[in-house]
Design a protein around this ligand. Structure first.
Ligand SMILES: [Fe+2]
Length: 345
């Protein structure tokens, strides 16, 4: 297998290739290095079939969309990933074939809700779930320390001991580790119970990363052209939510709010469908199209998207523009579908 880390910095991007068929996959690309990845792949005669993000990154803008567009590769993320323009959504146990390589997907949430690790040929790319001598923080972007502990101790530590570990970040100049080494000496996890781990992770007291909102909201929405000014954390934090069952009860009672879907057209008509009677304005166009909603300023509005993240941004934008009663559908169409509620396609 061709295997190379391409950034030579704290953020790690991996190029993996099948040497027989010359097909390749890029994992966790940085937007600013897209040209380098294409050049390195071309230099080695590799054609990029897939681009995978192991999770929605908060510390850098993802190169997944640029790279997919420029090479024709398919963009891959976990099912709970909130962003649009993902060609393949994967879940636990799925396999992605790249030439002769079989990439096995392990669902490893906790750092974010959409975290995956990728096992291939005795190596595992662990994203920010398991780092070398550490774990990714679980205190923002939907993190959950308990789920992270389970992912690390059950899924990742269940791999063969000699599996090589390649994380998405390293701040100490390490290149790789092994499952055995992390099992026995990772100071966050080794010898700690689930409860002790949760307690530790919830009390790290770390400052938020620089530019977190610029990177995180850009990656959650695939909007990176600065055309949209994202709401700040305070505005997002004050957005009201409504659960799928609450919204459904209002619809059934004939007391439906205005339902505004902020996804892209292909998602609206796609696999997850949409709510009957909903109208659609994609988030990236919302600020310039609020004129269409002017007569709804005093009405109840519920914003909807895939995972309830982009719609939270949409709700905050509308609230900031004087719309008085905007709520966000919690968990988006994923949770709506999981609850077995009716959709149209
Ligand atoms: Fe991360």
């Amino acid at each position: 297998m061709f295997f190379r880390e391409l950034n030579r910095g704290k953020c790690k991007t991996y190029l993996l290739g099948c040497e027989r068929t010359c097909r390749a996959v890029v994992v966790d690309p940085l937007k600013e290095n897209t040209g380098r990845y294409i050049a390195v792949a071309a230099y080695h005669g590799l054609k990029i079939d897939y681009v995978i993000d192991t999770h929605t990154h908060a510390d850098h803008r993802s190169g997944i969309w640029d790279l997919a567009e420029l090479t024709g590769a398919k963009a891959v993320m976990e099912r709970y990933a909130p962003a649009p323009h993902i060609d393949v959504h994967v879940s636990q146990g799925d396999v992605i074939e790249v030439g002769d390589l079989r990439l096995k997907i392990l669902f490893t949430p906790g750092h974010t809700p959409d975290g995956i690790s990728i096992y291939v040929d005795g190596r595992v790319l662990t994203g920010d779930t398991l780092l070398i001598g550490g774990t990714g923080r679980a205190d923002f972007a939907g993190g959950d320390a308990g789920k992270q502990y389970d992912a690390v101790t059950q899924r990742l530590f269940g791999l063969p001991n000699d599996t090589l570990v390649f994380p998405a970040h390293d701040y100490r100049g390490n290149h790789y580790s092994t499952i055995e080494k992390e099992k026995t000496s990772n100071p966050r996890v080794a010898g700690r119970s689930r409860e002790e781990y949760i307690n530790l992770m919830n009390n790290l007291g770390l400052p938020l990363p620089d530019k977190i909102q610029e990177a995180l909201q850009a990656n959650q929405s695939a909007i990176d052209d600065d055309s949209l000014k994202f709401p700040d954390l305070g505005q997002l934090g004050s957005v009201r939510t409504i659960t799928p069952s609450e919204l459904n009860a209002r619809v059934i009672a004939g007391n439906s709010p205005v339902i505004l879907d902020v996804r892209e057209e292909d998602e609206y008509r796609g696999e997850l469908g949409h709510l009957a009677g909903s109208r659609i304005i994609p988030l990236r166009l919302l600020p310039q199209r609020t004129g269409e909603l002017e007569d709804l300023k005093h009405r109840d509005i519920v914003t909807v998207c895939r995972a309830g993240i982009r719609s939270s941004t949409g709700a905050a934008i509308l609230t900031g523009l004087g719309f008085e009663h905007v709520s966000n559908l919690k968990g988006g169409m994923l949770e709506w579908n999981d609850a077995g509620l009716p959709v149209e396609r």
